[in-house]
Design a protein around this ligand. Structure first.
Ligand SMILES: Nc1nc2c([nH]c(=O)n2[C@@H]2O[C@H](COP(=O)(O)OP(=O)(O)OP(=O)(O)O)[C@@H](O)[C@H]2O)c(=O)[nH]1
Ligand SMILES: [Mg+2]
Length: 142
C-alpha cells in the first residue's frame, strides 16, 4: 500500500462574546484531494521538518498567520478509498489547537473561508477523517 502521508492541521480559534468559540475554516480547492470540502488549514510534513515547523509554515503559507503556540488536540489516521474499495490515500493528521497567533487568518489562494461556531460547523461537508476531529472538539466543549 502507499506510504502514509503525514499532515499538520491547525484548528484556529478565537472567542466571540455572543457566539462563544469560533473556528476558522477554508474550502479545499476543487482540484485538490477531497476538493470542494471544508478543512482546517494545514498540509504535508516535508523532509526534515518537525511537526511544529510544518504547522507554522503551512499556516503562514495558506492563511498568513504567525503561530505563537499550539496544543495537540488529536491524532487521526484514516485511509480514503476509491469506488471499488481500493485504498486511495492514507493520511495521519496531527491536529493542533491554535489560539495564540499574530495576524488575521485569510485564505491565500482565494478559496472560501470563514469563522464558524461548533453548531454551524457541524452542518458543513468535511473529508471523512475530520469526523474524529469534530467529535473531539464537541467532547471538549462540554
Ligand atoms: N489541511 C487539511 N488536510 C486534510 C484535512 N482533512 C483531511 O483528510 N486532510 C487530508 O490531508 C492531506 C494533505 O493535506 P493538504 O492537501 O492540505 O496538503 P498540502 O497543503 O501540503 O498541499 P499540496 O499537496 O498542495 O502541497 C490531503 O489528502 C487532505 O485530503 C483537514 O482538515 N485539513
Ligand atoms: Mg493544505
Amino acid at each position: 500500500m502507499n506510504k502514509v502521508v503525514h499532515v499538520a492541521v491547525g484548528v484556529i480559534t478565537k472567542s466571540c462574546k455572543e457566539k462563544g468559540t469560533l473556528y476558522f475554516l477554508t474550502k479545499r480547492l476543487e482540484q485538490a484531494h477531497q476538493g470542494g470540502k471544508w478543512e482546517f488549514p494545514g498540509g504535508k510534513v516535508e523532509n526534515g521538518e518537525t511537526i511544529a515547523q510544518t504547522l507554522a509554515r503551512e499556516l503562514k503559507e495558506e492563511v498568513a498567520i504567525e503561530v505563537l503556540s499550539c496544543q495537540l488536540l488529536i491524532k487521526v489516521e484514516h485511509t480514503y478509498r476509491g469506488k471499488g474499495g481500493a485504498a486511495d490515500k492514507s493520511v495521519c493528521l496531527d491536529v493542533f489547537i491554535v489560539d495564540n497567533f499574530i495576524g488575521e487568518p485569510s485564505a491565500q489562494e482565494g478559496q472560501g473561508q470563514g469563522w464558524f461556531s461548533l453548531p454551524a460547523l457541524q452542518l458543513l461537508e468535511f473529508p471523512a477523517a475530520n469526523k474524529a476531529i469534530i467529535s473531539e472538539l464537541l467532547a471538549q466543549s462540554h
